[in-house]
Design a protein around this ligand. Sequence first.
Ligand SMILES: Cc1cc2nc3c(=O)[nH]c(=O)nc-3n(C[C@H](O)[C@H](O)[C@H](O)COP(=O)(O)OP(=O)(O)OC[C@H]3O[C@@H](n4cnc5c(N)ncnc54)[C@H](O)[C@@H]3O)c2cc1C
Length: 429
Amino acid sequence: MTERYDQFIAGGGLGGLLSAAILAHQGRKSYLVEKLPFFGGRFTSMRYQEFEIPTGAVHMIPHSSNGPLGQILLKDLNLPLKIVENEYFTAWYWSHHKPIIHRNFWGILKTLPRMNQRLFMFRKLLSDARHSDRHSESFLEYLKACTEDSQIFQFFNALIGFALSIDISQLSAAAMFRVFKRLHQKGRPGVPIGGCKAVTTALTDYIRGKGSKLQKNCELIKLEMNGSLIECAICRNRKTNEEISIRANHFILNLGNPQINEVLTKSNLSYRLPHVPTAQGGGFAYRSKESTLRNSVVAYFPENKYVKGAVEPTILSPNLAPPGEHLLLTHQVFHSTDIIRDTRRARDELLETFPQLKEEDELCIHTFYKDWPVNYACQGSDLSNFSSIIPNLFFVGDGHKGNDGWMMTEGVAHGVKQVVEKINEQRSD
Ligand SMILES: Cc1cc2nc3c(=O)[nH]c(=O)nc-3n(C[C@H](O)[C@H](O)[C@H](O)COP(=O)(O)OP(=O)(O)OC[C@H]3O[C@@H](n4cnc5c(N)ncnc54)[C@H](O)[C@@H]3O)c2cc1C
């Protein structure tokens, strides 16, 4: 008879690891499988020429220690991690001007070039945000109805393009207002010392230390039912090709939504997740002797067509680069299917934005699309139902952030908390 676990978890990205860690903290044993040869998914890094090159996340935690992720890592689990808050929210580079930097949320409007634009947006956003749920139109339609000022469009295009990796037309005004609310409440971004990998390592150490099992190179193939509940997960060891069957009380899937549907199909289950649009994009990693962004880790370039923003996490965590060097990570939304052409144009634009960068200092190009996207659900299109019609089957990850305005990994952490609560409710019934 095989051992029965409290939870089976498929996918060792941040969503799966956070789930296993919180449940381990509550005394529950999980069996987690990850198909790749490393844990962390899109929230870790690979060492290349002594730089920590991200597999996805650019080493930023959207609300430092003040959001749901910081709460879990530092307060609930008390992991040996340090998240350094950025001294500024963001810096804005309008051409021919010194970057405009702001420390608090409303200060972002100060980064618009003209006083009348700042006052107009302040009044408009303040009054409309109070009735955010009335705004079902896209943020683009919302803006068009408010103004014809092209710099205001450039401003929001950069903000949404870089922070959320989507086009301004892909986000509803209500979702944008919810993001603003969270930014206002929870404040500035930060970088964990050691970047995303430090977080992933702290989580895997914690989970193992509590006696749960983590297995790399192991892929979930299908689920098997017994009556109305899932009874076991059939997985394949990708090194040995051996099939293993894992029995558990609860099953948590931290896969992308299309991969979840693939597993459901192979399991002959009729339930499917609805299709949601993904966020896709790409970027560059550059090395430099001098800091490119100097004081604010996060920078926006509103007049650029491609590269709308960049981060330099080494300002807060110098150990992400070899001594005396910096790591600059840029990002752009993919607007066409010709990724190679757009990437070339983006590089030209970046080198024009920062003439001190040299092409030979390019460490790599990143692309994030199909089954390795920026986000499995564009902000605001997330599935907020974290469970299926099968009572012991749950979903976590960035297709399931809920629609509460939490961005990126803050949304992943928020979703994991909901799932753990649901599991605990079931246990106490
Ligand atoms: C360019 C870029 C920049 C970003 N920057 C930031 C940032 O700075 N800050 C931030 O907060 N967020 C950022 N994000 C978003 C963040 O990286 C993701 O939201 C987060 O990492 C998603 O975690 P996840 O657990 O949902 O998914 P994943 O990390 O994708 O984890 C899912 C895991 O499931 C595994 N898997 C898939 N199928 C199977 C199977 N059948 N069996 C077993 N395992 C399977 C995959 O290999 C993967 O490891 C960024 C993303 C990108 C791409």
